[in-house]
Design a protein around this ligand. Structure first.
Ligand code: SF4
Length: 380
């Protein structure tokens, strides 16, 4: 089996009771079948508690006020304390905040942005992220219908997209636009069953001329009449996606409504104000967010053949986090990096902690009416 992790992966340390948030509240913790069998066999007081505090039909821990039944008032896990440490955990609790994407013969492991300590590692990373590879003797089960040819092309495309996103001699706006366009063009080849042509596409996007070509394309869009309206429409459409997603935490809806209100009523920013916002929400953070989403989700397109959808999902994640931060900054221009980390975690908890939300968001982003390439460019 092969494994890939981002280079900061090993630096992660859980701060448990010191954590400003907790991973044991605000989402349903699903218990894997072997852990459920193990919990059924536990005897004594812990055994009775487990029998009462597990919803056996749904296969998850019961929650009270959105908190796991085993999370005590010191924000520590009673199951961990009374059940003998990590051994007592189910798979979800044992692995979080690791996020694992599985492919035949390969596990890609990242840290979830929803954990504050992981968010700090991801967003505060100054150098371009490197990806480390390892291999062991474990055999993987064969996957039915795994399309290796498509997967190889997705891996090649992702490698190139990550290189483009990390091309720091160019503006992050240009890097994001080029990587979106590459995914768009790759999708056309996937849809036409013309993946044999993908290599020439990658060559085109690797050529130095690609930068000046997109620079002029962005400059033309910039001069277009109605540019501001296009941006506003695209931004509204992006935020409207939230109206269709399931809400995981009670405080999310009021927070979101108030952020949308602030953004709606905000006057157009002066150049100085834009500059001051970009000193807070830096190009580096934008890069790290995009790299995080692309690494985590892009190759998952092997299961639904929607590479452009994965790229749009990544792009939308970065824009939405940035705009939520902007709303906080408009309310209080003295906010610090901490507010950005908090906002990114909050977004990740609502969107990434729900498979239903991820699928729904990707499907809604498919709308060419609202999210064609030029509309997405206008958000940069
Ligand atoms: S959210 Fe992260 S740092 Fe906080 S308790 Fe969970 S794993 Fe630890």
């Amino acid at each position: 089996m092969q494994y890939t992790v981002p280079h900061y992966y090993k630096r992660f340390r859980c701060i448990a009771g010191e954590c400003p948030d907790t991973c044991c509240a605000g989402w349903q913790i699903q218990i894997d079948p072997p852990a459920l069998r193990k919990y059924r066999r536990v005897k004594g007081p812990l055994g009775s508690r487990l029998r009462n505090e597990i919803d056996w039909k749904a296969g998850c821990f019961r929650q009270y006020d959105g908190r796991c039944a085993f999370l005590n008032e010191k924000e520590l896990c009673d199951l961990y304390l009374e059940g003998g440490g990590e051994e007592s955990f189910c798979r979800t609790c044992r692995t979080y905040p690791k996020h694992i994407e599985e492919f035949e013969g390969l596990r890609e492991i990242s840290l979830s942005l929803s954990c504050p300590m992981a968010a700090e590692l991801i967003l505060n990373c100054e150098e371009p992220v490197r990806f480390l590879h390892a291999e062991d003797e474990k055999e993987d089960k064969p996957y039915e219908d795994f399309d290796f040819f498509l997967f190889t092309k997705l891996e090649d495309a992702r490698r190139l997209i990550l290189r483009i996103l990390q091309g720091r001699s160019h503006s992050i706006r240009l890097r994001a636009a080029v990587s979106l366009a590459l995914a768009h063009d790759l999708q056309q080849r996937i849809d036409r069953n013309a993946l044999f042509d993908a290599d020439s596409l990658f060559e085109r996007y690797s050529a130095p001329g690609v930068w000046s070509w997109f620079e002029s394309r962005l400059a033309l869009l910039e001069q277009e009449e109605g540019r501001a309206e296009r941006r506003l429409r695209a931004e509204n459409a992006l935020f409207s996606i939230f109206d269709r997603l399931e809400v995981l935490r009670d405080d999310w809806k009021p927070y979101l409504d108030s952020a949308r209100m602030v953004l709606k009523n905000a006057p157009a920013l002066t150049e100085d104000a834009e500059r001051s916002f970009s000193e807070l929400f830096t190009d580096n953070m934008t890069e790290q967010l995009l790299v995080y989403f692309v690494f985590t989700y892009f190759c998952g397109a092997v299961y639904n053949r929607n590479a452009y959808g994965k790229m749009k999902f990544s792009f939308a994640g970065m824009i939405l986090v940035r705009e939520l931060v902007r709303a906080e900054w408009l309310r209080n221009p003295r906010i610090t990096k901490e507010a950005i980390l908090r906002t990114a975690c909050r977004y990740a908890r609502e969107v990434e902690h729900s498979d239903k939300n991820k699928v729904c968001m990707e499907q809604l982003l498919d709308s060419e009416k609202h999210f064609r390439l030029e509309n997405l460019f206008s958000l940069l």
